[in-house]
Design a protein around this ligand. Structure first.
Ligand code: ZN
Length: 431
């Protein structure tokens, strides 16, 4: 197995929620000499300086200040998202009756709900509690064990499941079983108590939380030659990991442009939030870098005009069991290299010039590439690419590694493709 695939699986397993993903990314950055900047502080940046900023715990932008000013050489940006679709714990989740305690779950984004049944479901996220002096503490939390389960109905009680598919009602059939409660001995405080234990606080001190459901099974290799990988959140932690690994590997390169990794939360719910890709975060950071370099007047616009975004998000690999789902001339295959995503209606931001530039990077990095277009009679997904391009006017290409089962709790992809993606992103960041 390429070492990069093993590193990816470790990264995902350490990042069970978008808040943990930003935390994992920040730890790696600090290990490579990056300094955290607070958005509320004044920034004074040094040439070749390594910095990062985090907005609301789950969007993170890292950058290395270039040798030349942004007005002259612009920004080289790799964009991706930290969130994955799935299930989230409701604010008042306690359900009790019929001898069981259950936890009510909400749907976040567009997961394949059936893939959450019969799996070992952990809980991870963040919570806020109040200390005795009145101050509020924000803390990451991860149970690191199976806490919940959504058992299927037996086929004897759901005879049509193989003909009709597994359908789950989002209000009534998505309560995770937490435990036994035959004598109603447990009440709603019990769930809060489980959270409070983690931060050594009392139930009264816990004020609020955001908790995601994840699969506690670690990532693994599969296939006759172990040529495939399987894990949760490949969409899109694989792209975050590829971008971050490339930036860290090339951090010492003498680059004129300021190199940036921008990873956003909330992509799976449309990106419209203070920290989402449609928000001000990326523009704010780039503008502050430009000002810090002495930029004034039209230098900001000049910087954007010199810039380039590689929007990295996963792509749909051809699935031989479902040939009819794909555009026959645009099948892309696992372990055959990064996919350039093209859509005439701008669901992807790629145009023929940014496509050509990415192909040139692939050739220089000796990495194969593929081109994808969605079926004309099927609604096409989108990425942060068109949003960042719209907001900032930066030339953008949409690319990604091919994968199967996008938005399943257990996705799969090629072990080699991750290495290819890192290679081409390293080429992008190498000068
Ligand atoms: Zn995605």
């Amino acid at each position: 197995m390429p070492k990069s695939a093993a590193a990816l699986l470790n990264f995902i397993d350490a990042s069970p929620s978008p808040w943990h993903a930003a935390h994992s990314i920040a730890s790696q950055l600090r290990g490579h000499g990056f300094e955290q900047l607070s958005e509320s502080a004044d920034w004074s940046l040094n040439t070749n300086g390594r910095y990062y900023a985090v907005r609301d715990d789950s969007s993170i932008i890292a950058f290395i200040v270039g040798r030349q000013t942004p007005a002259e050489h612009g920004f080289k940006i790799v964009g991706a998202h930290t969130d994955s679709p799935g299930l989230r714990v409701k604010p008042q989740p306690w359900l009790s009756g019929d001898g069981y305690a259950r936890v009510a779950l909400d749907v976040y984004g567009g997961p394949i709900l059936a893939s959450f049944t019969d799996r070992d479901l952990g809980l991870a996220g963040r919570l806020v509690y109040q200390q005795t002096d009145g101050s509020l503490v924000n803390s990451l939390i991860d149970f690191k064990r199976a806490m919940l389960r959504l058992p299927n109905l037996a086929i004897h009680l759901n005879r049509a499941v193989n003909e009709d598919g597994l359908k789950l009602n989002k209000q009534t059939e998505l309560a995770g079983i937490l435990g036994l409660n035959a004598n109603q001995q447990l009440n709603a405080d019990h769930f809060t108590h489980l959270l409070a234990e983690h931060v050594q606080a009392s139930v009264e001190q816990i004020l609020s939380w955001e908790l995601a459901v994840y699969d506690v099974q670690p990532g693994n290799l599969w296939g006759a030659e172990q040529e495939f990988i399987a894990d949760g959140q490949l969409d899109n932690l694989a792209s975050c990991h590829a971008g971050l690994t490339a930036l860290l590997a090339e951090a010492g390169a003498k680059a004129d442009a300021t190199r940036v990794c921008a990873f956003f939360d909330h992509e799976e719910v449309g990106s419209n939030s203070a920290k989402g890709a449609s928000g001000s975060f990326l523009g704010d950071v780039l503008q502050r870098i430009t000002l810090s370099s002495g930029g004034q007047g039209v230098d900001w616009q000049r910087a954007l005009a010199h810039s380039f975004i590689i929007s990295a998000d996963m792509a749909h690999a051809y699935h031989p069991n479902y040939p009819g789902a794909y555009e026959p001339n645009h099948k892309v295959f696992v372990n055959q290299g990064p996919v350039i995503k093209i859509n005439a209606n701008q669901h992807y931001a790629t145009d023929c010039q940014t496509e050509a530039q990415f192909i040139a990077y692939c050739r220089e990095a000796e990495v194969p590439f593929q081109k994808y277009a969605h079926r004309g009679d099927l609604a096409c997904g989108s990425t942060i690419g068109p949003l960042c391009a719209t907001r900032l006017g930066i030339r953008t290409v949409d690319v990604g590694a091919p994968m199967w089962a996008m938005h399943s709790l257990r996705e799969s992809a090629g072990a080699l493709d991750h290495k290819y993606m890192i290679q081409v992103l390293r080429r992008f960041f190498s000068a």
